[in-house]
Design a protein around this ligand. Structure first.
Ligand SMILES: NC(=O)c1ccc[n+]([C@@H]2O[C@H](COP(=O)([O-])OP(=O)(O)OC[C@H]3O[C@@H](n4cnc5c(N)ncnc54)[C@H](OP(=O)(O)O)[C@@H]3O)[C@@H](O)[C@H]2O)c1
Length: 256
């Protein structure tokens, strides 16, 4: 497929590399000057594009930038982009990084706000796993313990296509439902970055209205815990810190 990616950081860059490896035609942009963008694009094996060009002549656009950078995108970014071009939102809101956000931001329904800001329907995907997981823990379809990625959105056809892409990249897609249900895979929820298999993720996604209310506090608790360390946490330490928040979701280290 022809895919444009906005953001070439930890997550956008990893998605880019994996899509290229899977044979897709990828172009990407970031916030850096052109010379640095070209260098980063060459590292990733993608074409460097301007913000205006990255959304042209593609079938999927992946937005992978900090939440507080969303309002900095051109207001008319999607004007002239055909309605059947799928927009994937990978963003997660972190107050320590994004600060307070104006314009009616609701941290319990982040992607609805993103969709309004972009003036386009979005499919929320790739937000509930760490870039390390995406890069290192792909498994063949049907392999035991294959990690699942949550996906939500209002367009069934778009979700089907994104699900196929997720499968191709080595993960099981789990459809959470419409975008209004996307709070179920936001930071602070049991489904978030806990490396669950599809059945485990389905369990983690179900019936968590009570946790929804405290998810922002749980998100911040984990961040504070990890940031208080004197050395950067390993991937496993991050995973353990997040998993330890949820006794109802007691996935233990599976030795990977
Ligand atoms: N990292 C993860 O494991 C992970 C996992 C799931 C979801 N997410 C979410 O995905 C999003 C990206 O995360 P990340 O970790 O990849 O962040 P990151 O490493 O900080 O990279 C952010 C990227 O966004 C680009 N950017 C910022 N403002 C821009 C603008 N106005 N126009 C175009 N590009 C812009 C930056 O450009 P420059 O490179 O030029 O600065 C950079 O390439 C965040 O919302 C994050 O919460 C991250």
């Amino acid at each position: 497929m022809k895919i444009g990616i906005i953001g070439t950081g930890a997550l956008g860059g990893t998605i880019a590399k994996k899509l290229v490896a899977a044979g897709h035609k990828v172009k990407a942009t970031n916030a850096s000057p052109v010379s640095e963008l070209k260098e980063r694009a060459a590292q990733l094996g993608v074409a460097a594009a301007s913000i205006k060009d990255v959304v042209r002549d593609v079938e999927i656009i992946i937005v992978s930038i900090p939440t507080n950078a969303i309002p900095n995108l051109p207001r008319d970014l999607f004007a002239g982009v055909p309605g059947d071009v799928i927009v994937i939102d990978t963003t997660n809101y972190y107050p320590y990084r994004d600060g307070p956000i104006e314009n009616g931001f609701i941290d319990k329904l982040e992607s609805i706000w993103v969709s309004r800001e972009l003036r386009r329907p979005v499919v929320k995907a790739f937000n509930n796993l760490l870039s390390y997981t995406l890069e290192n823990r792909a498994k063949a379809k049907g392999a035991p313990g294959r990690i699942a990625i949550a996906i939500s959105g209002d367009d069934e056809k778009a979700k089907f296509i994104v699900s196929e892409l997720i499968d191709e990249l080595g993960f099981d897609p789990v459809d959470v439902g419409p975008l209004s249900e996307s709070w179920r895979h936001q930071p602070g929820m049991p489904s978030y970055c806990t490396e669950l298999s599809a059945p485990e993720l389905e369990q983690a996604l179900a019936d968590h209205e009570n946790i929804r209310e405290i998810a922002p506090q749980l998100r911040d608790l984990t961040t504070d815990k990890l940031m208080a360390r004197t050395t950067p946490p390993s991937h496993q330490e991050m995973l353990d810190a997040i998993r330890s928040l949820f006794p109802i979701n007691p996935k233990q280290d599976d030795g990977q």
